[in-house]
Design a protein around this ligand. Structure first.
Ligand code: NAD
Length: 450
C-alpha cells in the first residue's frame, strides 16, 4: 500500500512513521520547508520518546519519505491522511482552514481512487466539507478529473504525547467513520498489522466518528476538572484528596485513571477541543453546561499554586527567587501549547519574582513564548540555588525522588509547592521543609529556613 500523511507535526509524524514501521510506503508532507529539510537530515521537529530512532530506521529502509510537494505523494496513493492543525478560532470553534486547504490540494492532484481520511480533530460535518472541497477542485480540472472516484473517512487519533508510539502501535481501539464498503475494506487492510493482538477497530458512520474524538477528550477533561474541584474542597474541609482518590478509584465504575488532581489541564488538545465542542453545541442551539463548568474550574486551577505561594509569603513576592521544575504541559513531551507553566510564570513575573526554570526537554520550545523573561537552568539543581521556593509544575520522572538533602542545601528557604502531588508531606516536614500540594491541608505555621 502507498499512503500520504499531510501535516508532519505530533500526529502526522508519528502516524506516518508507525505505518512505515509495519512495511507501508509512506510520504509525509508539510508546507514548512525547514521542517522537511531538517527531517531529511534526521532532525525531528518534535520530541517524542523513541521516535527519532524509528524515523531513521524507516528512512534507511526506504519506506518513509518527506516532502513539501503534494503532487507526487498524492498520485496513485491508496490513502491520504489529513493531519494538520485545527487551532481554535477567535470564537472557540475549530479553525478548518488548514484542513480545507489540504483537501483542495488533494483534489488538484489526485489521479485515481483513494480514501481521504481526516485524522485531525474536526467537528461533525467536516468530512462532508472535505468531500465538497475535493469535488470542486476535481471539477475545475475538467471532465476526466471529475470522474475520479474517492471516499472520505474520519479516523480520529487518540495517541498521547509522550507515549505516542506505543499508543499508535498498540491502540486501545481504532475508530473509523466510513460511508462505503469500499472505504471500510481499504481501512481494514491498512490497519490490519495493528490489530493482530486483538485491538478492536470500530467502524461507524462519519459524524459519530467525528463526535467520538470530542466526546473522549471532553470526558477526560471533565474527570480532571471534577477531581480538581474535589481536591480544593478536600483542602478546605481537612480531607486528603490522595486518600479520596484511592477510595473512589477502587470502584470499577470510576477506575483509577485520570483522577489525579493538579494544576489544570493544558496541551494542544483538551483546551481547544472542549472549547470547540461547547461552540458546536451553541451553534446548534444546545448548551453544554457541564463543559462550561469544566473550563471554568480549569482556568481557576492554573492559579492555585501561585495563590498558595502568595498566601505563604503574605502577598510579598517582589524580589523572591522562585525555582520552577517542569515547563511542558505534561512529562515526556516538549509541547508547550496551553501549558499551565505559562500562566504560573506570567503571574510570578507580574508579582516581581525572579524565575529560574528547568525542564528536561521543553526549554527550547519554552523560549519561543517566554524569551529571556526567565533564566533557564542547566539542570534541576542549578534552578534551586538561593531559591526562596520551588514550584513543581510538571511531574517529569527526574523530579520524583530528588536528594532532598541537596535540595535543602541549595535553597535559601526550604519551601516546596508541589502542583503534582509527587512528594510525601510528612517526610518533607520531618526534614524541615514547608510543603504545600494540591488537595491536602499541610498545616505549617512557620516557614523553615535552610
Ligand atoms: N498533538 C496531539 O497529541 C494530538 C492527539 C490527537 C489528535 N490531535 C489532532 O491532530 C491534529 C494535528 O495536531 P498536531 O499536534 O500534530 O499539530 P502540529 O501543529 O504539531 O502539526 C501540524 C502540521 O501541519 C502542517 N501544515 C499546516 N498546513 C499544512 C498544509 N496545507 N499542508 C501540509 N502541511 C501543513 C504544519 O506545518 C504542522 O507541521 C489537530 O487537529 C489535533 O487536534 C493532536
Amino acid at each position: 500500500m502507498k499512503i500520504a500523511v499531510i501535516g508532519t507535526g505530533y500526529v502526522g509524524l508519528v502516524t506516518g512513521t508507525c505505518f512505515a514501521e509495519v512495511g507501508i510506503d509512506v510520504t509525509c508532507i508539510d508546507i514548512d520547508q525547514k521542517k522537511i529539510d531538517n527531517l531529511h537530515q534526521g532532525i525531528l521537529p518534535i520530541y517524542e520518546p523513541g521516535l527519532e530512532e524509528m524515523v531513521t530506521r524507516n528512512v534507511e529502509k526506504g519506506r518513509l519519505h518527506f516532502s513539501t510537494d503534494l503532487t507526487e505523494a498524492i498520485k496513485d496513493c491508496d490513502v491520504a491522511f489529513i493531519a494538520v492543525g485545527t487551532p481554535p478560532g477567535e470564537d472557540g470553534s475549530a479553525d478548518l482552514k488548514y484542513v480545507l486547504a489540504v483537501a483542495r490540494g488533494i483534489g488538484e492532484h489526485m489521479s485515481s481512487y483513494g480514501v481521504i481520511v481526516t485524522k485531525s480533530t474536526v467537528p461533525v460535518g467536516t468530512a462532508a466539507k472535505v468531500r465538497a472541497e475535493i469535488e470542486k477542485a476535481l471539477a475545475k480540472r475538467g471532465t476526466d478529473a471529475s470522474a475520479i472516484e474517492f471516499d472520505v473517512a474520519s479516523n480520529p487519533e487518540f495517541l498521547k504525547e509522550g507515549a505516542a508510539i506505543d499508543d499508535f502501535l498498540k491502540p486501545d481501539r481504532i475508530v473509523v467513520g466510513i460511508a462505503s464498503d469500499r472505504a471500510e475494506e481499504v481501512m481494514r487492510r491498512l490497519y490490519k498489522p495493528f490489530l493482530l493482538n486483538g485491538h478492536p477497530i470500530i467502524f461507524m458512520d462519519i459524524p459519530s466518528a467525528e463526535m467520538t474524538k470530542y466526546a473522549a477528550n471532553a470526558m477526560l477533561a471533565t474527570k480532571i476538572s471534577f477531581m480538581n474541584d474535589v481536591a480544593n474542597l478536600c483542602e478546605i474541609m481537612g480531607a486528603d484528596v490522595n486518600m479520596v482518590r484511592r477510595g473512589i478509584g477502587s470502584d470499577a465504575r470510576i477506575g483509577t485513571k485520570f483522577i489525579y488532581p493538579g494544576i489544570g489541564y493544558g496541551g494542544s488538545c483538551f483546551p481547544k477541543d472542549v472549547k470547540a465542542l461547547i461552540k458546536t453545541a451553541q451553534e446548534n442551539g444546545y448548551d453544554m453546561q457541564v463543559l462550561r463548568a469544566v473550563e471554568g474550574v480549569n482556568e481557576n486551577q492554573k492559579s492555585v499554586l501561585f495563590n498558595k505561594l502568595s498566601q505563604h509569603f503574605g502577598g510579598e513576592l517582589r524580589g523572591l527567587k522562585i525555582a520552577v521544575w517542569g515547563l511542558s504541559f505534561k512529562p515526556k513531551t516538549d509541547d508547550m501549547r496551553e501549558a499551565p507553566s505559562l500562566v504560573i510564570i506570567e503571574k510570578l513575573l507580574a508579582a516581581g519574582c525572579i524565575v529560574m526554570a528547568y525542564d528536561p526537554v521543553a526549554m527550547p520550545e519554552a523560549r519561543h513564548s517566554l524569551g529571556d523573561t526567565i533564566t533557564y537552568a542547566k539542570d534541576e539543581f542549578e534552578a534551586l540555588i538561593d531559591a526562596d521556593a520551588l514550584l513543581v509544575v510538571t511531574e517529569w520522572p527526574d523530579f520524583r525522588a530528588p536528594n532532598f538533602e541537596v535540595v535543602g542545601r541549595l535553597m535559601k528557604q526550604k519551601n516546596i509547592f508541589d502542583g503534582r502531588n509527587i512528594y510525601d508531606a510528612s517526610e518533607l516536614k520531618d526534614i524541615g521543609f514547608v510543603y504545600h500540594c494540591i488537595g491536602i491541608k499541610t498545616d505549617h505555621k512557620e516557614p523553615a529556613r535552610a
